[in-house]
Design a protein around this ligand. Structure first.
Ligand code: HEC
Length: 117
């Protein structure tokens, strides 16, 4: 029993690591054209460095839409997931249109963003 439990914990940890790695590939393919992971914003979108846990619409020097600025609060995993699932549903009037339909892909991207502090 204990052995099984340990094995399942190890597997879960491995799945978590793989997920962030998948997220990196997805980020490079789907997000990098508009978002940096450095302190500097891209001309096409705010920097996502440290976005997990950061104030919503909180990248210094980026001109956010009123819709996202008015949201308030900080980005939780759940809110990041909701925004990526449907930006216009999460913040009607947001300047971002790109969505990620696959929940697994969203989870991987959020896991990756959490590594980019
Ligand atoms: C075509 C450009 C474009 C692409 C591609 C894009 N975004 Fe965005 N994103 C934006 C813009 C513009 C904003 C600012 C939205 C606003 O002000 O309403 C934004 C905002 C965000 C925010 C909120 C940031 C903050 O500081 O509060 C997150 C999180 C985000 N994008 C994640 C992603 C992820 C993850 C992907 C890839 C799956 C992605 N975006 C793809 C343009 C883009």
């Amino acid at each position: 029993m204990r052995v099984l439990l340990t094995a399942s914990i190890v597997l879960t940890a491995l799945a978590g690591a793989a997920s962030a790695q998948d997220g990196a590939a997805l980020f490079n393919a789907q997000c990098k054209s508009c978002h940096t992971l450095t302190a500097a914003n891209s001309p096409a979108g705010p920097s996502l460095k440290g976005v997990a846990g950061r104030k919503i619409a909180g990248a210094p020097g980026y001109a956010y839409s009123k819709a996202l600025s008015a949201k308030g609060g900080t980005w939780t995993d759940g809110q990041l997931d909701a925004y990526l699932a449907g930006p216009a549903t999460f913040a009607p009037g947001t300047k971002m249109f790109n969505k990620v339909a696959d929940p697994k892909a969203r989870a991987a991207i959020v896991a990756y963003l959490k590594t980019q502090k």
